[in-house]
Write a protein that binds this ligand. Structure first.
Ligand SMILES: Nc1nc2c(ncn2[C@@H]2O[C@H](COP(=O)(O)OP(=O)(O)OP(=O)(O)O)[C@@H](O)[C@H]2O)c(=O)[nH]1
Length: 614
């Protein structure tokens, strides 16, 4: 089974880790809060500092008027082998060993001011002090500012409430063991420590009552009712203490002598002699140490569970924000290509289905293109009047004799050129859909989130490629339209000659073959022939334009959106690759913090394992 020393040492270690992590309770689930701690609570001048110093056996706490303790002091006591020299160490200055306890006091003062400034404000960020000595028991205590009723000069009025809030925030945690210090020369019923302890721990399960100043009680009074548990019953026995008086402090009576004097006081006391073995600061230290050990033993499973849960959460977050990237150029190139592929996958899902957006391309072919074709002004272009104008102009000074061949050609060419508008509009519309899909795909590619620079580069490269595809597509669709002008479907016109015969049963509808070539009817007939031909061309283009657009833009986007980019990246040097993988500084910082946290938690888990199996 684990020894007392190793158990308390373990909690000390985890506590130090918590301070490094900036975890001192407060928001969310905190490891700090899961650790059993002993908090020293009492009114001003109740003797808190004296108790702590006598537990340690050293003078090291700042003294003075006003509110001296303004940050929690986490005091970790480590018992060392007999004969070893004592020293102290602060977590904020880990390399420095303090053998001189006056210097420890000075450092506590300076470190308090470092956070609170000279403003005499208070702060809940703890100072962590470890003392290694053969004269201590393994114990961790937290010294908190003394509860007070009035602010002294130079301190804001709010400090009274601030202190109470801070002390309360510690003692209300279920894992906090409360060391409630009350001076015996005042009414214990009005003791600040007991009042607060009663509030947060009504059953007295985690409160240790300490009565100080037994030696200066009014003559004829004693504290037996309290110490024997009759007046203020707690689950744990009360401990009476006799600290150094102010006169002793002034005379520099050392702590070891003070402990001896205290022992003598109880042994020779007519009132408390029968309780002597359970009184005094040394006994208090042992009692707390044993209790802390029991509590820690009970809490270990829940602490391990909390650590494991935290490790899982950190790992999940690390996975989400991505692990650190390698530094050699081969690995960097690999990472970049992997990221490009991740983007490409998302982009293809948009086009092929699985993610929305690809259907909008079909929308262009199915709605936009037919609507645009329908709106073309053929009625105007093939009106009898315009037909007459075009045909006459085409004939020049000599009107045509049999068929207005030139007129037909001009009317058809003129009509076909109208198709260029919808053809180009289709190309542009599909271009914009693709561009939008690139934008969406970039933002939906989780892996790219941490690399804003690369995301920008990929987007730019993809858009450039889309521009190239658009140019190619535009050329192709215009060519398709031009092709319709360059060679007309002869069949269609051959059939026209035969038509009047077919239409014989209803001669009113069509002019006779030998109709007057200059009448309105004649031009109307030409207009309607051209219109029929153009309708046929329109049907063809309605089918072939989407094919060209898909071939040139959509298919290429799927096949080779980033090909150009790959070639460029392949030629880049190491520094340039590194720059492309430039991460969001906030993310890098977050990863650093998480990694540190993870390491500390894992270390804590290993430490617990090591102790638990001893
Ligand atoms: N005679 C006697 N004096 C004591 C005892 N305990 C404390 N004192 C004196 O009471 C005064 C206040 O003691 P501290 O230990 O500084 O009390 P504190 O609660 O830490 O005070 P603040 O830090 O100012 O809140 C000092 O002058 C001590 O010498 C005691 O048991 N007997």
């Amino acid at each position: 089974m684990a020894t007392m020393k190793s158990l308390i040492g373990l909690i000390n270690k985890i506590q130090r880790a918590c301070t490094v992590l900036g975890d001192h309770g407060g928001e969310g689930m905190s490891l700090w809060e899961a650790l059993p701690t002993v908090a020293v609570v009492g009114g001003q001048s109740s003797g808190k500092s004296s108790v702590l110093e006598s537990v340690v056996g050293r003078d090291f706490l700042p003294r003075g008027s006003g509110i001296v303790t303004r940050r929690p002091l986490v005091l970790q006591l480590h018992k060392t082998e007999e004969g070893t020299t004592e020293y102290a160490e602060f977590l904020h200055a880990p390399k420095k060993k303090f053998a001189d306890f006056a210097a420890v006091r000075k450092e506590i003062e300076d470190e308090t001011d470092r956070i609170t400034g000279k403003s005499k404000q208070i702060s809940n960020i703890p100072i962590q002090l470890s003392i290694y000595s053969p004269n201590v028991v393994n114990l961790t205590l937290i010294d908190l500012p003394g509860l007070t009723k009035v602010a002294v000069e130079g301190q804001p009025d709010s400090i009274v409430q601030d202190i109470e809030n801070m002390v309360r925030s510690y003692v209300e945690k279920p894992n906090c063991i409360i060391l409630a210090i009350s001076p015996a020369n005042q009414d214990i019923a009005t003791s600040d420590a007991i009042k607060l302890a009663r509030e947060v721990d009504p059953t007295g399960e985690r409160t240790f009552g300490v009565a100080t100043k037994l030696d200066i009680m009014d003559k004829g009074t004693d504290c037996l009712d309290v110490l024997e548990g009759r007046s203020y019953r707690l689950q744990h026995p009360w401990v009476g203490i006799v600290n150094r008086s102010q006169a002793d402090i002034n005379k520099r009576v050392d702590m070891i002598a003070a402990r001896r004097k205290e022992r003598e006081y109880f042994e020779t006391s007519p009132e408390y002699g029968h309780l002597a073995s359970r009184m005094g600061s040394e006994y208090l230290a042992k009692l707390l140490s044993q209790h802390l050990e029991t509590v820690i033993r009970q809490k270990i499973p829940s602490i391990v569970a909390l650590i494991n849960k935290s490790i899982d959460e950190i790992n999940a977050e690390l996975d989400k924000i991505g692990r650190p990237i390698a530094v050699d150029s081969g690995a960097q190139l690999y990472t970049i290509l992997e990221l490009c592929r991740a983007f490409d996958r998302v982009f293809k899902e948009h086009l092929d289905g699985g993610r929305p957006g690809g259907d909008r391309i079909y929308g262009v072919f199915d709605h936009q293109l037919p609507a645009a074709l329908k709106k073309l002004p053929f009625d105007r272009h093939l009106s009898t009047k315009n037909v007459q104008k075009v045909v006459s102009e085409a004939d020049g000074y000599q009107p045509h004799l049999i068929a207005p061949e030139q007129g037909y050609r001009r009317l058809i060419d003129g009509s076909i050129s109208y198709f260029k508008g919808p053809a180009e509009a289709t190309v542009d519309a599909v271009h914009f859909v693709l561009k939008e899909l690139v934008r969406k795909s970039i933002s939906e590619t989780e892996e790219l989130k941490r690399f804003p620079t690369l995301a920008g580069d990929i987007a730019a490269a993809a858009n450039e490629a889309l521009e190239r595809f658009r140019d190619e597509s535009r050329k192709t669709v215009l060519r398709l339209v031009d092709m319709e002008s360059s060679y007309l479907t002869v069949e269609f016109f051959r059939k026209l000659h035969l038509e009047p015969e077919k239409e014989k049963p209803n001669p009113r509808n069509a002019p006779a073959p030998n109709a007057d070539p200059y009448s309105d009817n004649h031009f109307r007939k030409i207009g309607s022939n051209v219109s029929a031909y153009i309708n046929m061309v329109c049907d063809t283009l309605r089918n072939s334009l989407p094919k060209a657009v898909v071939y040139c833009q959509v298919r290429e986007a799927k096949r080779s959106l980033l090909n150009f980019f790959y070639a460029q990246v392949g030629r880049k040097e190491k520094e340039k690759l590194g720059a492309m993988l430039d991460e969001d500084p906030q993310l890098m910082e977050r990863r650093g913090t998480l990694a540190k946290r993870l390491e500390l938690y894992k270390q804590a888990r290993d430490d617990i394992d090591a102790v638990a199996w001893k």
